[in-house]
Design a protein around this ligand. Structure first.
Ligand SMILES: [Zn+2]
Length: 539
């Protein structure tokens, strides 16, 4: 088979999910106010788009982040006028209109610097860091915005329905952004400051115990964001105590999430819900642990991404219509505009089987977070370490070293087209029986050489070699208790293709089409997203 005869299945899911998200950002902009985003999309009691304190520093930061990261995945260059307008609002806004905002603005400024490491972006970033530093209170070896009451611990007295009591909410993202900045531009001063924030979080905030356990609001309380920041810092500094503590936080987090990626934003709350921002924090946490601690965790990231991350997006027009029908929302032109704007957003209060919880408002933060979550996964699908290319997840994408063509959920198959990789390690799902794994190179069967329990090793590869890895898909229905309720999840490999009980108004995992054994093949013979090979921004 020559290279231009290679078929590509309709499995570019991360790219398409991001493209829908970018369209949704555009639908949320107020063109009468220089493209100021609407934080709120209300469905009930009456559909409308609403402005809020979060429009400036939070939404403009998250949508700047979404444009920068999303473009690396999709190559979309539309909406440059809108992106520029959002950037301008961001540059002019007061990051301390609310302390939570400084966190998000800092992350966006790090993006801008990594994308274009010039003087202007560096100065903007360094100025914001100075402002953040002047807003902290300092003790001998730690720094903070505010302390919890003496002796308070999230485990003993978790607070739900309000994120303000959490000392982590304005700090978690700052630790994350500063550590990422330090990885690229080292500075003793920023190192010292970040160390003081970390010290406060782990020893004085009352959030984590020494085992890394916690309760409370994972994203809005900044708890998971802080865990991600501290984890990044811990590996950056090779700090054994912190690595151990964050491993504990990691296992604790996974224990409270659904295996398909439902993440509580009220961990320990009897009837919690899932904010997409929390899924993205959890994914970041998993991907850091996979990179630095154990590559088996890539399988968990793949499951979260294929399932709850994708399904938390309002991507089903029929079910959006169901919401309108269920609540007898009149079909006038304004309501239709809001309905159209809803498509492509991510849910802020989902349940493990539906998005029809708390439909009064769909928050704009989750839209930026959903795009970021897809990016984080896409970015770690493939990486090169030393002389070896690692294929960590089986999503379709191109890279400088190989093209990956994933066939899940239709077939247990992954193709690798070699560009520049003599040696490849490809991760095989843990549920695939080793004796059933088959590999061919240019249609000739080769021995399956497991390097360890995780990867098979392929060596002596040359440009344009076509590797096909195949294994039977494991199809099973597995009962699982998530958030105190029992569900039956129908798995097909790493994908949930059905769930029981089903949601009623906006059910998710309605994936009958994924139960087909015939893989849908793209009609065009061109390679999708060929130019999107990675960089310059990564997290
Ligand atoms: Zn959110």
């Amino acid at each position: 088979m020559s290279l231009n005869e290679i078929q590509r299945p309709d499995t570019y899911i991360l790219q398409e999910t991001i493209a829908r998200g970018i369209e949704a950002i555009i639908s949320r902009l107020d063109y009468e106010k220089d493209c100021l985003p609407h934080f709120a999309l209300y469905i009930l009691p009456e559909p409308h788009l609403g402005h809020d304190i979060w429009d400036n520093g939070d939404m403009c930061a998250r949508y700047t982040d979404a444009f920068v990261l999303g473009r690396q995945v999709t190559g979309i260059t539309d909406y440059q006028r809108e992106e520029l307008a959002i950037n301008n609002i961001l540059y002019q806004c007061d990051p301390y209109q609310h302390p939570f905002m400084a966190t998000r603005v800092l992350i966006a400024f790090v993006d801008k610097y990594l994308q274009e490491p010039g003087e202007i972006n560096k100065k903007r970033l360094d100025n914001l860091i100075s402002i953040i530093k002047t807003n902290m209170t300092y003790e001998k070896d730690y720094a903070y915005y505010f302390k919890p009451p003496e002796g308070w611990s999230s485990l003993k007295e978790p607070v739900f329905g309000n994120f303000l009591p959490y000392p982590t909410y304005p700090i978690g993202g700052i630790i994350l952004a500063l550590t990422r900045y330090l990885e690229s531009v080292y500075s003793d001063e920023i190192d010292e400051f970040t160390g003081k924030l970390v010290k406060f979080v782990v020893d004085h905030s009352g959030i984590f115990n020494e085992d890394g356990h916690y309760f409370g609001h994972t994203h809005s309380g900044g708890v998971l964001t802080a865990a991600v920041g501290v984890t990044r810092w811990a590996f950056f500094k090779k700090d054994a105590r912190l690595i151990n503590m964050m491993k504990g936080a990691f296992e604790w987090t996974l224990k409270h999430c659904g295996s398909w990626g439902w993440v509580p934003d009220g961990l320990g709350e009897p009837n919690g819900s899932c904010e997409t921002c929390s899924i993205t924090d959890a994914l970041h946490f998993i991907l850091l642990m996979a990179k630095h601690n154990h590559p088996a965790y890539y399988e968990i990231a793949e499951r979260y991404a294929r399932n709850q991350l994708i399904e938390n997006q309002f991507n089903n027009s029929k079910n959006i219509d169901n919401i309108w029908k269920h609540y007898n929302i009149p079909n006038n032109s304004y309501n239709e505009k809001v309905k159209k704007a809803l498509y492509g957003n991510w849910a802020a209060w989902s349940k493990p089987n539906c998005l029809d919880n708390a439909l009064n408002m769909v928050e704009g933060c989750c839209l930026g977070a959903g795009i970021r979550g897809c990016f984080l996964v896409w970015d770690k699908i493939v990486e090169k370490k030393d002389d070896t290319v690692y294929v960590n997840m089986s999503f379709s994408r191109n890279s400088p070293w190989v093209e990956i063509i994933g066939y899940q959920p239709y077939e247990g198959r992954m193709d690798i087209i070699v560009h520049d990789a003599e040696k490849i390690m490809a991760r095989i799902p843990s549920w695939a029986d080793k004796k059933d794994v088959q590999i061919s190179i240019n249609n000739t069967a080769v021995d399956v050489n497991y390097e360890n329990e995780i990867y098979v090793k392929l060596t002596g590869l040359r440009k344009n070699d076509h590797v096909i890895i195949q294994y039977p898909l494991k199809c099973e229905i597995i009962p699982e208790t998530v958030n105190g309720a029992e569900y039956l999840a129908e798995w097909r490999g790493d994908t949930v293709v059905g769930i029981n009980p089903k949601g009623s108004i906006y059910p998710i995992f309605e994936r009958e089409h994924m139960k087909e054994n015939n893989t849908p093949i793209l009609i065009s013979n061109t390679q999708p997203y060929k130019s999107q090979v990675g960089g310059p921004v990564f997290w």
